[in-house]
Write a protein that binds this ligand. Structure first.
Ligand code: UDP
Length: 471
């Protein structure tokens, strides 16, 4: 599957290569659209065509190129095989674009690679291209991983008498408990597997020409400055949510492309129009939107608690339960639902839902994209983190940005009960606590818009990058 690039003649051509997961493709694609809007030619490389649904109009003028991963099995050799396949695929693709020897001027000049594929920088250098790392997790999480790989933070970390850890770079703002740390750091068992990719992000980044992060300066100013002091100038270029939600001006993307990301690894469920009509019928701020993202594998017990919490909340809800997760729902849950007030879908256009005035609360696993989407759209959150960076994101949502409440697991069972979820929903949607979170959410919504407006902090960083390629 190759979507032909529009003419690249005369325009610097950038290849953008996200890790093949929804939470990595979305920000990379949106960043690609922005580069196109600023005059560059961009090809986004994907690795799997099994389920990739190309919504051509939403991809706009970003070309899409498939370097097939050949359906590699997810075994212990996956990373190594994937790397060699991608490296070769990339070399072949660039050679094809450059044409016969001597016509190299027409070829791509820059590779923007997902930071967890840190090895891609060597390919960029070998091919004489500018190399730019693209971080899809917040700076708070990047700082934790950097501290681990540079030996300043043990795994698992030693805690003080209050059970807290001071992490360099974060400690001015917040101290972390073990369950606020990324799970790979808190739990050494899973850490070994993740270190190559997450710790490895920093193995080459100091040699990269550019490094970007999907965050914005006012959200993580101290951490961005701290990282700069570590001689890693990661530039904020976010939020990378579809531009229609960030600007009062006409969308930066091509017409009709600014309201969605554009590449889905899951089939959108039914018609988004009917979901919007359903939301239109609800009062402002009354609906709970619940989603645990594209990867989380929640236990049957936890799914049941979540289902009951939503039912018992007596509020309208729309809940994304991916097809692969639906057999974990309590028996008869779907058939007993009152569809005038309760919707379960297998996938939807999340940003469109979060932007709807009826949404009053986002019950989220705190994946970074979901978190920053909620921050930009002024939606308060009930945080139900599961693994990876989500626990640290949740900590910042609750105690730093103050736009949500965390539903915590029962210490003995490890399950977040329906009662606990219910309490947090009330805390977010009702009373003085809810009011305060809504005020804070509105503040972040405005600051996010400022970052990507003309002259804003993220916009200036993107402009600087584009100017360096156009010169
Ligand atoms: N998403 C979506 N529709 C859904 C659920 C999620 O479009 O029904 C998008 C969501 O907007 C976000 C991404 O999928 O951009 C999920 O990324 P995130 O980092 O939040 O979590 P992950 O899936 O990586 O755990």
């Amino acid at each position: 599957m190759t979507q032909k690039p529009s003419a690249t003649t005369g325009r610097p051509h950038v290849i953008v290569m996200p890790w093949p997961a929804q939470g990595h493709i979305n920000p990379a694609l949106q960043f690609s659209k922005k580069l196109v809007a600023k005059g560059l030619a961009v090809t986004l490389v994907t690795f799997t065509d099994k389920k990739l649904i190309l919504q051509g109009s939403a991809v706009g003028s970003v070309a899409v190129e498939l370097i097939s991963d050949g359906g590699l099995p997810l075994d212990e050799h996956f990373l190594e095989k994937f790397r060699s396949l991608v490296e070769q695929g990339l070399r072949d693709f660039v050679a094809r674009l450059r044409g016969p020897a001597g016509t190299a001027a027409a070829g791509p000049c820059c590779l923007v690679y997902d930071s967890i594929m840190s090895w891609a920088l060597h390919v960029a250098k070998e091919l004489g291209m500018v190399g730019a790392a693209f971080f899809t997790q917040p700076m708070a999480v990047n700082a934790v991983y950097l501290n681990v790989v540079e030996g300043r933070l043990e795994v698992p970390p030693a805690v003080d008498e209050n059970g807290l850890v001071a992490v360099e770079g974060l400690s001015e703002t917040v101290l972390l408990a073990t369950d606020d740390l990324p799970s790979f750091v808190a739990d050494p068992g899973s850490y070994a597997v993740a270190i190559d990719m997450l710790g490895g992000q920093f193995s080459t980044v100091r040699e990269a020409d550019w490094a970007f992060c999907n965050t914005f300066y006012s959200l993580e100013d101290k951490l961005l400055d701290w990282m700069m002091n570590q001689l890693i100038p990661i530039k904020s270029i976010g939020p990378t949510i579809p531009s229609a939600y960030l600007s009062n001006k006409e969308s930066l993307d091509l017409p009709k492309t600014g309201s969605e990301y554009g590449l889905n690894l899951f089939n959108p469920d039914g018609s988004q129009t009917s979901i919007t009509q359903w939301l239109d019928s609800k009062s402002p701020g009354s609906v709970i939107y619940a989603s645990m993202g594209s990867i989380s594998d929640i236990s049957k017990t936890q799914t049941t608690e979540l289902a009951l919490a939503l039912q018992l909340s007596s509020r309208p809800f729309i809940w994304v339960v991916r097809e692969s997760e639906q057999d974990k729902l309590p028996p008869d849950f779907l058939s007993a639902m009152d569809s005038s007030d309760q919707l379960v879908v297998s996938w939807c256009r999340q940003v469109e839902i979060l932007a709807h005035r009826s949404i009053g609360c986002f019950l989220t696993h705190c994946g970074w994209n979901s978190t920053i989407e909620a921050l930009c759209l002024g939606v308060s959150m009930v945080a139900l983190p599961v693994w990876g960076d989500q626990q640290t994101n949740a900590k910042f949502v609750v105690d730093v940005w103050r736009v949500g409440a965390r539903a915590r697991a029962d210490v003995e069972s490890g399950v977040v009960t329906k009662e606990e979820i219910g309490r947090r929903i009330k805390e977010v949607m009702e009373g003085e606590s809810g009011e305060e979170m809504r005020r804070n959410s509105e503040k972040w919504r405005k600051l996010a818009r400022e970052a990507v407006a003309d002259g804003g902090s993220s916009e200036r960083n993107v402009d600087e990058f584009v100017a360096s390629l156009v010169k």
